[in-house]
Design a protein around this ligand. Structure first.
Ligand SMILES: [Zn+2]
Length: 386
């Protein structure tokens, strides 16, 4: 038995255009919430909002708007009519996708490290990362690697298997039609996403700009995942912990939170402090839970400075503060003039490595506690300049 209302039928009653993806297991449609959430309207023909019939849910990766069949109808036609529609569509009785649980963190870490050993970082990607402010020592320590071409994925898998590494239930890897192990790849470089013990939980791929220009639907950062493949599994969206070499996280640690693993890596080097890199601002619950798991009492939120032009990010920041406070964690968002740099990483590299060497006090004044949200909590946001 299945008691999910059929979200596809709800969507067709609302006359939404539906575009099948992943062999008809999911559908996309233009997102109707992007605009009201501060993004550019979703004018892409196929749209960004993704519907998963087997789970009865939808989500827009651009603006974070999500819900189920009922919410979808309600936002279009109001509560009363939505109840009627959901009542009339019947239950979903299509194929439920079997999803494999990913292997445990120890196994993933061992396999992913062996995988990185078989890859290189191209001089061009090394340059790209250097120009964002990380020197070669850090680049090597963090182990960023260039993604190989599709043609060589099979060979790399054979080598891993020969060396005794299991690829079953390792997100990103799957068997192709001939039953041969391969992995997903896109032109770009891999960013390891680590836990507090610095074990690799998964990867994001920073997709090359050249390739992004050719594919209008692609985002800059993509998870290394084999979700939707029979022998694959989903990466999930784990939170990244960037830890400077000599640092341990203790309850007294002032933990900083920013959007994106690479940004967290860069900022943590310049501040000498641990940073959490959340893969998207809408993942506030996961972010707050991660802070709780680390048993830290104070968190500083440093989202991009152009946030006030983006109500969605602003709202997500508020949610994160709420989630942190509800877990007994003091939380404070910080802000700076966006001419100094959009992200916290830009701010730090602009100010510290470039034209104007600034004193610690000046820098502290530049980053100010966002009192609009939190007046009561006083956190010293001292910055360590290396
Ligand atoms: Zn949207």
């Amino acid at each position: 038995m299945n008691d999910l209302p059929d979200i596809l039928q709800v969507a067709s009653q609302l006359a939404l255009p539906l575009h099948p993806i992943q062999g008809g297991r999911q559908y996309t449609t233009p997102c109707w919430a992007c605009h009201s959430r501060g993004n550019k309207p979703d004018t892409n023909r196929k749209g960004h909002l993704t519907i998963r019939p087997d789970k009865g849910v939808f989500r827009c990766p651009r603006c974070g708007y999500s819900g189920n069949g009922y919410t979808m109808a309600r936002d279009f036609v109001g509560k009363e009519r939505a109840i009627q529609i959901v009542g009339s569509v019947g239950d979903y009785n299509g194929v439920k996708l079997q999803e494999l649980e990913p292997a445990g963190i120890e196994t993933r870490n061992v396999v992913y490290n062996a995988f990185l050993d078989k890859l290189v970082l191209s001089p061009r990607h090394r340059n790209d990362i250097n120009s964002r402010g990380l020197n070669d020592d850090i680049v090597d320590k963090n182990n960023y690697k260039t993604t190989p071409l599709w043609d060589s994925t099979g060979g790399i898998c054979s080598l891993l298997i020969k060396d005794g590494y299991p690829l079953e239930r390792i997100p990103g890897f799957f068997k192709n039609r001939e039953g041969k192990w391969v992995f997903m790849t896109l032109p770009g470089f891999l960013i390891p996403v680590r836990d507090q013990q610095q074990r690799i939980q998964g990867f994001q791929i920073r997709v090359d700009d050249k390739y992004l220009d050719m594919k209008e639907n692609l985002r800059k950062y993509i998870w290394f995942s084999s979700a939707g493949k029979k022998t694959g599994c989903s990466s999930g969206a784990p939170v990244h912990t960037a830890l400077p070499l000599d640092r341990k996280i203790t309850p007294e640690t002032k933990l900083w939170i920013t959007e994106g693993p690479l940004k967290a890596d860069i900022a943590s080097v310049y501040m000498g402090l641990p940073f959490l890199g959340v893969a998207g601002v809408s993942l506030y619950r996961q972010a707050a839970q991660e802070v709780k798991n680390l048993q830290v009492n104070k968190a500083v939120i440093a989202y991009d400075a152009d946030m006030h032009e983006n109500p969605h990010v602003k709202a997500a920041e508020k949610e994160l503060v709420k989630e942190l406070l509800s877990r007994g964690i003091k939380a404070v968002p910080v802000i700076w003039a966006d001419v100094l740099g959009k992200g916290i990483d830009d701010l730090l590299t602009n100010l510290i490595t470039q034209e104007f060497p600034l004193s610690k006090i000046t820098l502290e004044r530049l980053i100010t506690v966002n009192t609009g949200l939190q007046k009561e909590i006083n956190i010293d946001i001292s910055i360590k300049i290396r």
